[in-house]
Design a protein around this ligand. Sequence first.
Ligand code: SF4
Length: 370
Amino acid sequence: MTELSGLQIFKYLPAAKKAEHTNCKECGCPTCMAFALKLAKHNIDIEKCKYAPENLKEICEQNAKQPQKTVEISGVKIGGENVLYRHEKTFINKTALAVVIDMAAPDWKEKYERVKNFEITRVNEHLKVDLIIVKNGTLPDTITYEELKKLPLKEIIDKEFSSTANELIETRKKAVLEKDENCSNPVYVYFKHTEDKNLLCAKASYYICKYANMLVFEDFDEYLLTALMTLRQNIFTDPQKPLQVESKIYEFNNPDENSLIFMTTNFALTFFAVANELESLPVPSYLIVTPAEGMSVLTAWSAEKFTAKMVAKTLKKFDFANKVKNRKIIIPGLLAHMKDELQEEIKDFEIIVGTVDAFAIGDFVKNLNK
Ligand code: SF4
């Protein structure tokens, strides 16, 4: 059942029907419309209006139900989702990635060490296996398969791709659209051992997108987990909250007072693209990262989050003019139109327009030194 808008709610209230009690204010709102708008945002209880019809109360009761439960397993939260598509609002808890350690297997210790020690860092996040599930024994900071089975979760043992995918989609649709309590438990897919790692990766990738709350693997493969964690990070990033890095002055290859100075915004993807290039330059450099609410350079400029005044403020905050002798700051090529404005505001430095793309920084620096 989809949520009602304020206008849809209003149609049920006395004012819409020009009935008795219209805009009576007994609910504490100045009008029925104000009440309807508050109710649509869940900021007031339907019971505050004694004149709301029963069918509206039933709709509100249904809407108040949580579509999917949240379950915490050894500190890892899964479920709690209430939309089908990320752009509708956001996804809440990322698909957990779990590995099974069977202590009856001869090589379990070696596998356990590999799983525990596996870690990748991507866009400032340190990513590890979320959960270790143990069979035929117990280990610290893990959960046994028997304990897992007792939790309010739905298990799908993966066999055919189409049947698993259909079950995942149908379960999530019933949970979110119909608030069907029989489908409100988070769902995990259990992958038995397979030699076909490519098929395993393809299936697991699809199930992360639609709609597994957790994937459990009997196999452990670092390459597989790396691919899945990369995909997962992209799917579960809140589109309304861009990934951002700290606004500060970053140093590459031990810069001194004469080193190159670059500038960009704190949008994480831009930062890492530029940082990778600066790391591989044969010369040291600084990167001034301005606060821009995680927006890329052009977006930040158009939203007035990257202005000459803000850049000047950042330089002042870090007392940068007194730290270096180099008097040239290289700005992103996309901000070439801001050169004069920046120059006007930043008297201590000469503004140089750099490259549009990060990958061209190497060639740009070569030509700069000619
Ligand atoms: Fe309208 Fe009901 Fe509020 Fe009266 S109590 S103003 S009828 S919403």
